[in-house]
Design a protein around this ligand. Structure first.
Ligand SMILES: Nc1ncnc2c1ncn2[C@@H]1O[C@H](COP(=O)(O)OP(=O)(O)OP(=O)(O)O)[C@@H](O)[C@H]1O
Ligand SMILES: [Mg+2]
Length: 258
């Protein structure tokens, strides 16, 4: 299979890009796909924090400043997921050159099935570059008008860059209003909603344990939705087994936090 580079973007901040990158990436890895997730939010890095990698000395900052190789900034996550966090310092941000991201991403695609890029919010240069290097763009939106308006801007920008948006992930959806909001979202944005991720308290709880919700609470509503999304992306049939298998249990005991 040729590698697919997905950029997870939103426009508005706080819609759930990092949560989606982490959980979709983990769910793809659980399906046996070689997956790497990259924190391209180089100014406000969060991905490493969600996995307890915040003390990592070598990060994407060092790679984008030419001081390190991508392999030195790649860490192991759950189920064989590979993770490239960004650093937390302002100094690191200042020295990182976002223009180098394209070269870095093309250098690591060897042997990978999926590369997921967690994009920053907004339309700064660091936000546009992840759009330009994506094979596919996923927009994470919340069911609010401000989130739609900003997502629409990203969609238009992506089109100006010659890219199209593959689909929308409607995060923090209220399930009782499902169909209405789902249809309205695709109508407003002109793109289909691939998956709806419900508001789920387990997302935050898992974050507190520095573990993806798909590992920490695999049967929770958000986890099931993230796993269904992963299956849609790989084109596999989604089956949610009722019993936790040995590998799932092992993964949870290692990466599921205390
Ligand atoms: N489905 C959900 N249910 C409950 N809480 C959620 C859900 N998705 C995300 N959150 C919470 O919302 C907050 C923002 O999520 P996240 O950091 O993933 O957004 P983001 O789009 O990456 O933000 P930023 O633009 O700042 O990078 C986090 O506290 C996260 O735990
Ligand atoms: Mg984020």
């Amino acid at each position: 299979m040729t590698v697919r580079v997905y950029t997870i973007a939103s426009g508005k901040g706080g819609t759930g890009k990092t949560t989606t990158t982490l959980n979709l990436g983990t769910a793809l890895a659980m399906l046996g796909k070689k997956t790497i997730i990259i924190d391209a939010d180089i100014g406000m890095a969060n991905l490493g924090l969600m996995l307890g990698l915040e003390k990592s000395k070598v990060t994407l900052h060092e790679v984008l400043s030419g001081e390190a190789e991508i392999k030195d900034a790649t860490y192991s996550g759950p189920s064989g997921l590979l993770v490239v966090p960004s650093g937390l310092t302002l100094k690191g941000f200042q020295k990182a050159n976002p223009d180098m991201l394209k070269k870095v991403v093309s250098s690591l695609t060897d042997g990978m099935d999926y590369v997921l890029i967690d994009a920053p919010a907004g339309i700064s240069k660091d936000g546009l570059i992840p759009l330009t290097i994506a094979d596919r763009i996923l927009l994470v939106v919340n069911p609010e008008l401000s989130s739609m308006a900003d997502a629409l801007k990203i969609k238009t920008l992506a089109e100006l860059l010659g890219k199209s948006v593959e689909g929308v992930i409607l995060n923090r959806a209220e399930l009782d209003k499902t169909e209405i909001s789902r249809n309205k979202v695709s109508e407003l944005l002109g793109v289909g909603v691939i998956e709806m991720i419900p508001e789920d308290v387990n997302v935050r709880r898992s974050a507190a344990f520095k573990a993806p919700v798909v590992v920490r609470a695999p049967k929770s509503p958000a986890s099931i939705a993230f796993k269904r999304l992963a299956a849609k992306i790989t084109g596999e049939k989604f089956t949610e087994s009722k019993k936790e298998g040995f590998v799932d249990r092992l993964t949870r005991s290692i990466f599921g936090g205390k």
